[in-house]
Design a protein around this ligand. Structure first.
Ligand code: UDP
Length: 139
């Protein structure tokens, strides 16, 4: 059964361009409740651990450099069937393939600098949420 929470990051490209407010608006207007929220910055070790599943991929070094170059917004979101609903809201990894009305269609610039992260499974949503937030920071 799907759980009702997912984890997201607004990535450094979108924070740099001033899109925190626009992206959070799209998220809340789509019916997600914000359960936890903070502005933070990943260390190299954080980014390497967070994206460990991609460590053998050719873009891994670039991805770690990108994700650590400035602040990110980390958040936990709640909605029925949250993981799948949020993947639909963010759109395809490559903004060229992202559907109209998605966050990546509006704010992403490339397959690497694609504005937002969304967990790809309930299991990863729980792991990624715990990576960033203590239980007392979740409402
Ligand atoms: N990425 C990249 N180059 C690629 C594929 C992915 O830089 O060719 C980056 C991109 O920032 C993406 C992240 O690696 O969001 C994780 O990739 P994944 O395939 O898990 O995409 P997502 O789940 O974020 O859509």
């Amino acid at each position: 059964m799907a759980t009702n929470r997912t984890f997201t990051m607004i990535k450094p490209d979108a924070v740099e361009k001033g899109h925190i407010g626009g992206i959070l608006s799209m998220i809340t207007e789509a019916g997600f409740r914000i359960v936890a929220l903070k502005l933070t910055q990943l260390t190299k070790a954080d980014a390497e651990a967070f994206y460990a599943v991609h460590s053998a991929r050719p873009f891994f070094g670039e991805l770690v450099e990108f994700m650590t170059r400035g602040p990110i917004v980390a958040a936990i979101l709640e909605k029925e069937n949250a993981v799948e609903e949020f993947r639909t809201l963010i759109g395809a990894t490559n903004p060229a393939d992202a559907a109209e009305g998605t966050i990546r269609k509006k704010y992403a610039t490339s397959v690497g600098e694609n504005a937002v992260h969304g967990s790809d499974s309930d299991e990863n949503a729980a792991i990624e949420s715990a990576f960033h937030f203590a239980g007392r920071e979740q409402f």
